[in-house]
Design a protein around this ligand. Structure first.
Ligand SMILES: [Zn+2]
Length: 394
């Protein structure tokens, strides 16, 4: 049974990818017939998801046949929650943050206080001029732990005490929109990979803790339990040479116990240097504090050792480092590069780039907006946005 919604998700996906397309572009890229494309463009246009723009193929008196994604049709609420703080943002349908709030929290306090603080920010943001009474079509929440993606829950998190199995999606259901819960490093990986069309990319988030997100063949690698990419709690190579250090997950010898922000703060304290948080560690590095520089470079090496095997096995085209510790400029990166190039297969590193994220603190919310968009505009969901056209004949 074909109805007007068939292929509408496909056509929408093209506008999400390219932003702006002519009728002919859509026909060429989709492989659909001209009449099908015309009908789908009409549906998307009537629903306000695309709009006509001037200039382009003049076909003798016909109206403009060039369209762009109407990014301002609705908004997405997003919150990228880290161990010690979050960024909440209203994003347009293209994933661009329009307004944001930043708050300090402690993820160890458990889900209720943290999610209440997030929702209070959403309320504020929805009252801001940028939201202008626009409908909320989706909510995307990023958390620093493994996520059962389909259910919108955290599962067996190493550090998020009290969050195990908590119904995060249910907490935000009062917005009346689709709620997506995603691992923080995964959302960053999508934000980095998609705009630059990198289909094979590793994103490392290095803040208080350490996580990694893997995008391969353009898809997030979540694994069967959502635990893929939890590189911070793999065993550090350095842990084998001496008594392994205890990790905050309860295990010993984890990468985080040597290279996480909290471990660097611990090691600085042993040297009599006080840093209250990762931001202060970065400030010390920038001031040229030799202990801080040495410890952050060493953290980069531990991280590089951890990621080197992944590079050999998966052969990514880029590694992008984000998180507050990545603000220490090249110090962290030099350690990562040193070990990755030393220890990975030469063929796997021939064209590999290792760089700091240019998206800064917005990487998480931008990725969450894109992933939430995938959910609501996916071919199986987009029809929910088109109830009034459901019965129209093709
Ligand atoms: Zn651990």
């Amino acid at each position: 049974m074909k109805d007007v919604r068939t292929h509408v998700g496909e056509v929408m996906a093209l506008f999400r990818e390219y932003g702006e397309l002519s009728r002919t572009d859509v026909i060429d890229l989709s492989g659909l017939s001209r009449s099908t494309v015309n009908q789908r463009l009409t549906s998307l246009h009537e629903f306000g998801l695309i709009r006509e723009i001037g200039g382009a193929e003049s076909t003798g008196g016909r109206p403009s046949s060039r369209f762009s994604l109407n990014r301002g049709r609705a908004v997405l609420l997003t919150a990228d929650i880290g161990a010690t703080g979050f960024v909440a943002a209203i994003c347009d349908l293209g994933g661009t943050p329009l307004a944001h709030r930043r708050r300090t929290i402690d993820v160890w306090d458990g889900p209720e206080p943290v999610l209440s603080a997030v929702d209070a920010c959403f309320t504020e943001l929805l009252a801001s001029p940028e939201a202008e009474g626009l409908p909320v079509w989706g909510v995307g929440i990023g958390v620093p732990g493994p996520v059962e993606f389909a259910a919108g829950r955290v599962v067996n998190p190493p550090i998020m005490t009290g969050w195990d199995g908590f119904d995060i999606a249910g907490w935000f259901s009062h917005h009346g929109a689709a709620v997506v819960v995603e691992n923080d490093a995964n959302s960053r990986a999508v934000a980095e990979a998609r705009p630059r069309r990198h289909d094979n990319l590793i994103s490392l988030k290095v803040g208080t803790g350490i996580g990694s997100g893997l995008v391969f063949n353009g898809q997030i690698i979540r694994g069967s339990e959502g635990a893929a990419g939890d590189i911070g709690h793999t065993r550090a190579a350095v842990a084998d040479s001496a008594d392994p250090l205890p990790c905050r997950c309860g295990n010993v010898g984890c990468v985080e116990a040597y290279a996480g922000g909290w471990a660097i703060i611990r090691d600085l304290a042993l040297l009599g240097v006080h840093a209250a948080d990762v931001g202060e560690v970065v400030a010390l590095v920038r001031q040229g504090n030799l202990d801080a520089v040495r410890l952050v470079r060493q953290a980069g090496r531990v991280l590089g050792d951890a990621v080197a095997d992944l590079v050999s096995i998966l052969n990514p085209e880029s590694i992008i480092v984000s998180g507050r510790l990545s603000d220490s400029d090249e110090v962290l990166l030099s350690g990562v590069r040193e070990r990755v190039y030393q220890r990975s297969q030469p063929l796997a590193t021939r064209n590999l780039t290792i760089s700091v994220s240019q998206l800064g603190e917005f990487a998480g919310v931008m990725g969450l907006a894109l992933i939430t968009g995938d959910r609501i505009f996916g071919s199986e969901r987009i029809e929910e946005l088109f109830p009034e056209t459901a019965d129209r004949p093709a």
